[in-house]
Ligand binder design. Structure first.
Ligand code: NDP
Ligand code: AOF
Length: 362
């Protein structure tokens, strides 16, 4: 069986289109990070949904495997007559989880439609493998929607750097520290627990030397009881002054790295070389602004606390924008929710506008 060239549209039934729509929605329940958002839906020959699945982040089952696990017991034998709609080409490699192409073959799915091709060398080739094994494989359905869903993840892959999340905990008047430099704590316990969730998923946490001097942070991922969670991220300090020997960020586990540079691209290249797929920037304002100026932030998680400081450190410093037409424009990111309350605070989730080719720093 030969595959159509990606992008060549084919005829798809209304039920298949509805299925892909549901798969895209399911994908949005996941979390952004080292892996893209992916959703999968299995429909039967009548067009009824048999099961739905989505990927919950690096290290958890892929969407196709989740959808297969959600097939109601007793219906497994029907899968040869069913179609799986998946937002990204099924992977073909064994990463932290097994290859999806293998799981699909084992389950006996008869037909598969995927929206976007997987651009990664290790993962690509899943469609060919399935087609070669006799599965009816089609693509060309909603490719733009699927590309846009993960547009910054695809960009990060193309640029060979980690997907990068900027975390900001600020007052309603946009400050991350008071006039005397104190900042602990602006956000409450619920919001901070959420931040630790991001830390625990990230492969590296980056802070600037200013934050190290002001806060002496540990930058570890901890649960609500204060215990370190398994698989700690690398703690990275960006700056030329040597981090003091007794700084908490050094820790004792060897997972500490100082990069004596002010260039965000250099930091991300170094981290990519060390296998970091997801980096989280925890401030302060100077390094956050440097990453923003270079258009290297893929996701912004902004916690807004109901307090005002009037004077202090602004969350973002000069971005080199002189007039409104040059504003750095973003959009609300629905993946995992674009706005929700966490205790007394608000959690806002944003992503850069897709395809903004004229962004400064590009
Ligand atoms: N509420 C929140 O979410 C957070 C608040 N904070 C607060 O923010 C404040 C610290 O912010 P800030 O002072 O901006 O410090 P930063 O943490 O951004 O560190 C700035 C330092 O990092 C080095 N550096 C790295 N990259 C660059 C660059 N591109 N340009 C210039 N310097 C660079 C320099 O040190 P060197 O001279 O060694 O090269 C510089 O002095 C503290 O008060 C802290 O409490 C911090 C994090 C989060
Ligand atoms: N002030 C502030 C944050 N500040 C961030 O947390 C760091 C302290 O980390 P640790 O020592 O590991 O607990 C600090 O240096 C800064 O990067 N985070 C938040 O979620 N809310 C807040 O109000």
């Amino acid at each position: 069986m030969s595959l159509p060239a990606p992008g060549i549209s084919q005829q798809f039934s209304t039920a298949e289109q509805r299925g892909m729509e549901l798969a895209l929605q399911a994908a949005g329940q996941g979390v952004r990070g080292a892996n893209p958002l992916v959703g999968a839906v299995i429909i039967d020959p009548r067009g009824e949904v048999v099961s739905t699945g989505y990927h919950r982040g690096a290290g958890t089952p892929h969407a196709e495997v989740d959808a297969l696990a959600n097939v109601p017991s007793g219906r497994e034998a029907e899968l040869a007559d069913c179609t799986m709609l998946v937002t990204l080409e099924p992977c073909n490699h064994r990463g932290r989880t097994g290859p999806c192409s293998g799981a699909i073959l084992e389950a006996g799915i008869g037909s598969l439609v995927y929206a976007a091709a997987d651009p990664t060398d290790q993962a690509a080739g899943g469609a060919q493998r399935l087609a070669a094994a006799g599965v009816a494989v089609r693509t060309g359905m909603m490719p733009q929607r699927a590309q846009e869903l993960n547009h910054r993840w695809f960009q990060a892959r193309r640029e060979v750097r980690p997907f990068t999340t900027l975390h900001i905990a600020q007052s309603v008047d946009g400050l991350i520290a008071a006039a005397d430099g104190t900042s602990q704590w602006i956000t409450g316990e619920e919001a901070r627990a959420d931040s630790h969730g991001i830390r625990s998923r990230a492969d590296a946490i980056i802070a600037g030397n200013g934050t190290i001097a002001a806060d002496n942070p540990r930058l570890t991922a901890r649960d609500r009881a204060g215990a370190e969670t398994p698989g700690q991220p690398l703690r990275v300090v960006m700056g030329r002054r040597k981090v003091p020997a007794d700084a908490a960020v050094r820790g004792t586990d060897g997972r500490f790295l100082q990069l004596a540079t002010h260039d965000p691209a250099e930091v991300l290249a170094e981290l990519a070389g060390r296998g970091v797929g997801h980096a989280m920037i925890e401030g302060g304002a100077t390094i956050a602004s440097a990453f923003l100026r270079a258009d290297l932030i893929d996701e912004l998680v902004l916690y807004l606390a109901p307090l005002m400081l009037g004077a202090g450190t602004r969350a973002v410093a000069d971005l080199g924008i002189g007039t409104l037409a040059e504003a750095s424009r973003w959009r609300w990111d629905n993946a995992g929710g674009s706005a929700r309350t966490l205790g007394a605070d608000l959690r806002l989730h944003l992503e850069p506008l897709p395809f903004r080719g004229t962004q400064k720093g590009k």
